[in-house]
Design a protein around this ligand. Structure first.
Ligand SMILES: C[S@@+](CC[C@H](N)C(=O)[O-])C[C@H]1O[C@@H](n2cnc3c(N)ncnc32)[C@H](O)[C@@H]1O
Length: 98
């Protein structure tokens, strides 16, 4: 079965994507074997979040937060209304009409 990758969908200032190789050795050992919940208080573009989701299938759940309400709304829409979002984006892109 193909493993589906989840990737950041936003370019966000200050993203930690380039630091992951330096952060990885400092993760608690439990993330490798145990089920765990990842809590990300400053999610931004989610570089660390998506890397963890791709790397540790034993993540049980994630909790994300950001002070930027618009950003959190984007995550909510992506998570709960993906088909509607795609339809709206296609209209903006000019592929279809409303
Ligand atoms: C550089 S981004 C985080 C990068 C991200 N964790 C990653 O994996 O690449 C920093 C985020 O922290 C958020 N932020 C700044 N101050 C905050 C606060 N007091 N509470 C919650 N989020 C905050 C910003 O809105 C921004 O989206």
């Amino acid at each position: 079965m193909d493993k589906k990758l989840v990737r950041p969908f936003l370019q966000w200032p200050g993203g930690k994507g380039r630091l992951i190789s330096q952060l990885a050795p400092h993760l608690p050992h439990e993330v490798i074997k145990s089920k765990f919940t990842y809590i990300e208080p400053f999610v931004g573009g989610g570089a660390v979040l998506f890397w963890l989701l791709n790397t540790f299938p034993n993540i049980r759940s994630v909790v994300i937060n950001d002070i930027n309400e618009d950003l959190i709304n984007v995550y909510r829409v992506v998570a709960t209304l993906p088909e509607e979002l795609i339809r709206v984006l296609e209209v903006f892109q000019g592929n279809t009409t409303a």
